[in-house]
Design a protein. Structure first.
Length: 360
């Protein structure tokens, strides 16, 4: 089957040169031209494309936002970014947002284009295979989680019934063992839930990005954690938080993970404060607590899956909370780190990229 190339570039001369070069290395190829981002999106909505060439600098729109639109529509069609000016920052941003390659217009040649096209198509094929395997693994994980959660829940329920019915006649030692079994079953259930949540992160693509009011996210988190907050007496405050462009459910999830951890890993009444600041490229969110903190030597390792730093102190955690938080931040082109907090505990700082693509 002959290849179909779509060239989105406002310069007629640049489109002509690119089309001529593509025809030299792919004689039977079909080259469809679009002179604007909107025209290119319309073309892609109507037909097939094997490779898309996108000019980064066009009047009224930057190539990054157009790239995000294209990858949302056609996640497995390779997009090669073209620019008349070499810019490493732009190149990194383009590749992070799904571009297959980044080429300078003044360096183009038929041989270079042929190589770039072949590499992009091969990479696209591998991405498809990886995605198919991920979908299959996710399906397996969901079935496995369901099969594992049911027995753990059944054990917990059965033991609670035994305690309720025979509590007056059970020896103290037996009663203690049964309560321990309830706690262990609950911990197993929560661990399975955390593992499923960790594996599901890859399901959320750029199509889930939307305007997010972090103040509303905090309202949801406080509602979800209401029982734990009441039992612990936790004092939670937060400044006016920004509106950002992100995956809404992920913002609820990361805030809930960090606040939940701050409640769990505390030896007194938890006191937690959430604040936000802005830099040129990111929103910075701080979660400051008065918990037991995290030693500096363990702060990088804390984000690895299944790492439990405080098991020896009797604190119960899944070992996936901070690992999940890190994956969420990674998907928003941000960073997450641990610092010493102002309240004597830990300060977890995470950032969410902003700009034409991520900021509201």
């Amino acid at each position: 089957m002959d290849r179909i190339f779509v060239v989105i570039d406002d310069s007629k001369d640049d489109r002509y040169v690119l089309k001529r070069y593509l025809k030299q290395s792919n004689a039977n190829a079909k080259v469809i031209e679009a002179s604007s981002s909107k025209a290119g999106i319309d073309v892609l909505a109507q037909g097939r494309a094997d490779v898309i060439f996108l000019d980064y600098y066009m009047p009224g729109v930057d190539g990054l936002s157009t790239l995000v639109q294209i990858k949302t529509m056609l996640p497995f069609v390779p997009v090669i970014i073209l620019t008349g000016q070499g810019d490493e920052v732009v190149a990194v941003s383009a590749l992070k947002n799904g571009a297959a390659d980044y080429l300078k217009k003044n360096n183009l040649s038929p041989a270079l284009l042929h190589k770039a096209v072949d590499n992009a198509i091969k990479s696209n094929h591998l991405q498809r295979q990886v995605e198919e395997q991920r979908i299959e693994l996710d399906r397996f994980a969901r079935v496995l989680a369901h099969d594992l959660k049911q027995p753990s829940y059944a054990v917990k329920t059965m033991v609670q019934l035994i305690i309720q019915k025979y509590s007056h006649s059970l020896p103290n030692e037996v009663s203690d063992k049964l309560h321990l079994l309830v706690d262990t079953s609950e911990q197993m259930y929560q661990l399975i839930e955390a593992l499923v949540g960790y594996t599901k992160l890859d399901q959320k693509s750029l199509t889930f990005f939307a305007a997010v009011n972090l103040n509303k996210c905090m309202g949801i988190v406080l509602s979800n954690l209401a029982e734990k907050i009441n039992v612990s007496g936790a004092q939670i405050s937060y400044d006016e938080l920004p509106k950002i462009y992100a995956v809404p459910s992920f913002m609820v999830q990361i805030l809930q993970i960090l606040i939940d951890n701050a409640i769990i890993y505390c030896e007194e009444v938890p006191c937690i404060h959430i604040s936000a600041t802005s830099t040129v490229g990111h929103w910075i969110i701080d979660v400051d607590d008065n918990g037991i903190g995290i030693p500096e030597a363990d702060r990088l390792r804390a984000f690895e899956p299944m790492v439990r730093l405080h098991d020896d102190k009797g604190f119960k955690g899944s070992g996936l909370g901070l690992a999940t938080a890190k994956r969420i931040v990674d998907k928003h082109n941000g960073d997450i780190s641990i610092h010493s907090g102002s309240k004597g505990g830990a300060l977890i700082r995470f950032s969410i990229a902003k700009g034409s693509t991520y900021d509201v």
